[in-house]
Design a protein around this ligand. Structure first.
Ligand code: PRP
Length: 212
C-alpha cells in the first residue's frame, strides 16, 4: 500500500501563508481547502492528509505521531519544547517576540509579566537576573497592562498595530520568529522518502526558485 503523509496545519493566521507555500511547492490543493470547516482533508492524488489544529497543539499531534509532519511557529516550539525534529525554516509568518508595556513602566523594575509564553518569559527574565511573577493568559495579552494585571507583557509583535492602538510601547526585542516544518522522529525513519521530498519541494520555493 502506498504510504500516506499526515500533515498538521495550524488554523488561523499562519494557515493562509502555509497553504500558499504548499501550492507554490507543487501541492495540488483544491480551492475548498481554504474555506472548508472540515478538520481532516484528504488529498488523495498527493498522497497526503491534512489535519487542521490549533497552532499551539500542532507540536503535540506531531510528537505523538498523530501527524507525521506539521507547521508550527518558533514561538510555539520554544514554549512547548516537544520531542520533535525541526527540519526547515519556512520563512513565513515573520514576526518577533518582545517585552512591552505602558511607557511609564519602563523606568520601573519589572514585577508581573502577562504572556501566552510562560516558559519563554520566565527563561528570559531569569537570564536577565530579574525576578518576576508570570501570569499566563491565552490571548488579548495587551489588555493586561491597561487594566493593571501586569506591568510587562511578553508577546508576538507583527505589524505593531496592537501595541500602538493600545498605547503600549516595546521595551526590548527578544527574538525573531518564523514558522518551521517539524517532523515526528519515528515518521522520519519510516517515511523518509516522502518527508525528504516535501522538504526538497518546499526548500526550492523558500530559496526563491520554482518547484517542477
Ligand atoms: C497576536 C499577538 C498580538 C498581535 C500582534 O495576537 O498576540 O496580540 O497578534 O500583531 P500586530 O503586531 O500585527 O498587531 P492574535 O491576533 O493572534 O490574537 P490573541 O490576542 O488572541 O493572541
Amino acid at each position: 500500500m502506498k504510504k500516506q503523509l499526515t500533515v498538521a496545519m495550524p488554523k488561523g493566521r499562519i494557515f493562509v501563508e502555509a497553504v500558499e507555500l504548499l501550492k507554490k511547492a507543487g501541492y495540488n490543493l483544491p480551492p475548498e481547502f481554504d474555506e472548508s470547516r472540515k478538520l481532516i482533508l484528504n488529498i488523495e492524488q498527493a498522497g497526503m492528509r491534512f489535519i487542521l489544529a490549533k497552532p499551539v497543539d500542532v507540536p503535540t499531534y506531531v510528537e505523538h505521531g498523530a501527524a507525521d509532519v506539521g507547521i508550527a511557529g518558533k514561538d510555539v516550539l520554544l514554549e512547548e519544547n516537544r520531542d520533535i525534529y525541526e527540519v526547515l525554516d519556512l520563512k513565513i509568518s515573520e514576526c518577533y517576540l518582545a517585552v512591552a508595556g505602558l511607557p511609564d513602566a519602563k523606568k520601573r523594575v519589572a514585577r508581573k509579566v502577562a504572556t501566552k509564553y510562560p516558559r519563554i518569559a520566565s527563561n528570559y527574565f531569569r537570564e536577565q537576573g530579574e525576578q518576576v511573577e508570570i501570569v499566563k493568559l491565552n490571548g488579548s495579552i495587551e489588555l493586561a497592562p491597561l487594566i493593571g494585571l501586569a506591568d510587562r507583557i511578553v508577546d508576538i509583535v507583527s505589524t505593531g498595530r496592537t501595541l500602538k492602538e493600545n498605547g503600549l510601547v516595546e521595551f526590548e526585542k527578544m527574538m525573531p520568529i518564523t514558522s518551521r516544518l517539524i517532523v515526528n522522529p519515528a515518521s522520519y525513519r519510516l517515511k523518509d522518502q516522502l518527508i525528504d521530498e516535501m522538504v526538497n519541494k518546499l526548500s526550492v520555493v523558500i530559496e526563491g526558485g520554482q518547484s517542477e
